[in-house]
Design a protein around this ligand. Structure first.
Ligand code: 2M8
Length: 408
C-alpha cells in the first residue's frame, strides 16, 4: 500500500503548480474550484502546509460578491477552451470564469483541521468561506426556496448530466459565438466527451451570463447535489468556526438546518423515492435518475430514516449492480452512456461523497478501481476501463484519503 500512497502523491506533485494544483496537466491546465478543494484533501495527507496554500490561493480568487470562480487562469494556456477572454470578466475580476462550482472548500478545510489541527490561518479564512456560502443564498435561489439553483451546467460540476437535457434543449444554437474546442483534441476519442451541440449551448450560456452582468443568464435548475453539498459545507464551516473560537463570525449552522429543510420540502419526490431537479424556466420537475438525486445522503440532516432507506434501496437496485460502481447515471435510463463523461461513467469524487452512506465495501472497491485502472478522470462502470484525462488529480487525492481512512 505504501507504493500506492507514493503513486497518489506523485500525481499531486506532477499537477502541482506551486500554489495551486491543476486537475490534469494538458486537459485542464488551470485551477478549478472543486478540484482544488479535493487537492486540499490529498495534500493534507502529504504536506499540510501545502494544503493550506492551496486553500489560500483558491479563496484569494473570490469575487467581491462572495463567488469563488470555478476557474482561475493563473497562466496562459493554448490547451483549454474557454479561456479568460471568452468569459469577458476583465472589467470585474480579471482572469477568472464567471460561475462557481459545488462548494466543497469548507469541507476540505475541515479535513485539514481534523488531521493537522486548528490554526490562525484557517481561522482567517472563515469570513471568506462564509461569504462564498452566502453568495448561493443571495444569487442562486431565483424562487426564494432556500435551495440552490445552478445557472450553467459547468457550475454543477456534472457538465453533461442528463438532468440538464430538457432545459438545455431550449437554448438557441442557431447562431452560437465563434469558438474552437480543445478538449476533444486532448482526449482524442470524442465519444468520451460532451457533444458539439452541448458545447454550442455551453458557449451561448457563457455569453448570456456576461450580458446579464454575471447574473443568471437564461438557465436555472434547482440541484439536489449542489444544495446538499452546500448544506454539508455549512455544517463543516460551523464546526471549523467553533474549533477556532470564532463561532460568532458565521451563521453557518442555522443556514445548514434551513437548507436541509428546503431540500426536503422542494426537491424530495415521494413518487420516485429520491430527490429530483427542478427547471425554473418551465416550472417543472426533472426526474432523470442520475447520481445527484442521491447525494443528499451526504448531509444526513436532510434524510430521515424512511428517505434514507428509499435512497439506499434505489442505489442498490439501480446503481450498485454495476461491476465498478457507482455509475453517474442509472444504467436503466435511456440516456445512460457508460463512456460519455457525466452520463454514465464512475467518478471517484462521487464515490467519495457516497462512502459515508454506503460504507466500507464501496470505499474498498473504489480504491481497487484506481489501483487496477490508474489515475484516470473517470471509469467504465462495467469493465473498469480508465477513460478521459490522464494523471487526474482528484482521483489520486481522494483515493489517498480513502486509504488514509483505512479503506486500502
Ligand atoms: C469538467 O468541467 C470542465 C468545465 O468546468 C470542462 O469540461 O472543461 C468537470 O468534470 C468538472 O466537474 C471539473 O471540475 C473540471 C476539471 O476537472 O472538468
Amino acid at each position: 500500500m505504501t507504493d500506492f500512497r507514493s503513486a497518489c502523491e506523485a500525481i499531486l506533485r506532477k499537477n502541482d503548480r506551486g500554489a495551486y494544483t491543476v486537475p490534469s496537466p494538458r486537459l485542464y491546465p488551470h485551477q478549478w474550484a472543486w478540484d482544488s478543494a479535493f487537492a486540499v484533501i490529498g495534500w493534507t495527507h502529504v504536506d499540510p502546509k501545502r494544503a493550506l496554500t492551496e486553500l489560500q490561493t483558491l479563496m484569494a480568487g473570490q469575487w467581491r460578491d462572495g463567488r469563488v470562480p470555478h476557474i482561475q487562469f493563473h497562466l496562459e494556456s493554448a490547451d483549454y477552451f474557454p479561456g479568460p477572454d471568452f468569459w469577458e470578466t476583465a472589467s470585474r475580476t480579471p482572469r477568472t470564469s464567471t460561475i462557481t462550482q459545488p462548494p466543497v472548500w469548507a469541507t476540505a478545510a475541515r479535513r485539514l483541521v481534523e488531521v493537522a489541527g486548528p490554526s490562525p490561518e484557517i481561522a482567517a479564512l472563515v469570513p471568506a468561506f462564509d461569504a462564498s456560502h452566502r453568495f448561493f443564498h443571495a444569487m442562486r435561489d431565483p424562487l426564494g426556496w432556500g435551495a440552490v439553483a445552478i445557472v450553467h451546467p459547468w457550475e454543477s460540476g456534472l457538465d453533461n448530466c442528463p438532468a440538464w437535457d430538457v432545459p438545455m434543449a431550449r437554448i438557441d444554437i442557431t447562431n452560437p459565438p465563434p469558438f474552437r474546442r480543445k478538449d476533444t483534441e486532448v482526449v482524442g476519442d470524442a465519444s468520451m466527451r460532451p457533444t458539439e451541440d452541448d458545447y454550442k449551448r455551453y458557449a451561448v450560456l457563457v455569453k448570456e451570463i456576461a450580458k446579464d452582468d454575471f447574473g443568471a443568464g437564461n438557465f436555472a435548475v434547482y440541484d439536489p447535489l449542489m444544495t446538499a453539498i452546500l448544506a454539508r459545507a455549512e455544517t463543516d464551516l460551523a464546526w471549523i468556526a467553533a474549533q477556532h473560537d470564532v463561532a460568532s463570525e458565521t451563521r453557518a449552522g442555522e443556514r445548514a438546518t434551513a437548507l436541509e429543510a428546503a431540500l426536503v420540502e422542494n426537491l424530495w419526490d415521494d413518487d420516485v423515492g429520491r430527490f429530483v431537479y427542478y427547471d425554473v424556466g418551465s416550472r417543472e420537475r426533472i426526474t432523470a435518475d442520475v447520481i445527484g438525486c442521491y447525494v443528499p445522503l451526504w448531509c444526513r440532516g436532510a434524510v430521515d430514516a424512511d428517505k434514507r432507506g428509499r435512497l439506499l434501496e434505489g442505489l442498490r437496485e439501480r446503481y450498485l449492480t454495476s461491476a465498478w460502481p457507482v455509475p453517474s447515471t442509472a444504467p436503466a435510463e435511456p440516456t445512460f452512456d457508460p463512456r460519455r463523461y457525466w452520463r454514465g461513467p464512475t467518478w471517484i469524487n462521487i464515490n467519495w461523497l457516497l462512502v459515508d452512506a454506503l460504507g466500507e465495501e464501496l470505499a474498498k472497491r473504489t480504491v481497487e478501481l484506481v489501483r487496477t485502472s490508474g489515475f484516470r478522470e473517470y471509469f467504465h462502470p462495467e469493465t473498469g476501463e480508465g477513460l478521459g484525462g490522464e494523471d487526474f488529480m482528484w482521483t489520486a487525492a481522494l483515493a489517498l484519503d480513502l486509504v488514509e481512512r483505512g479503506f486500502g
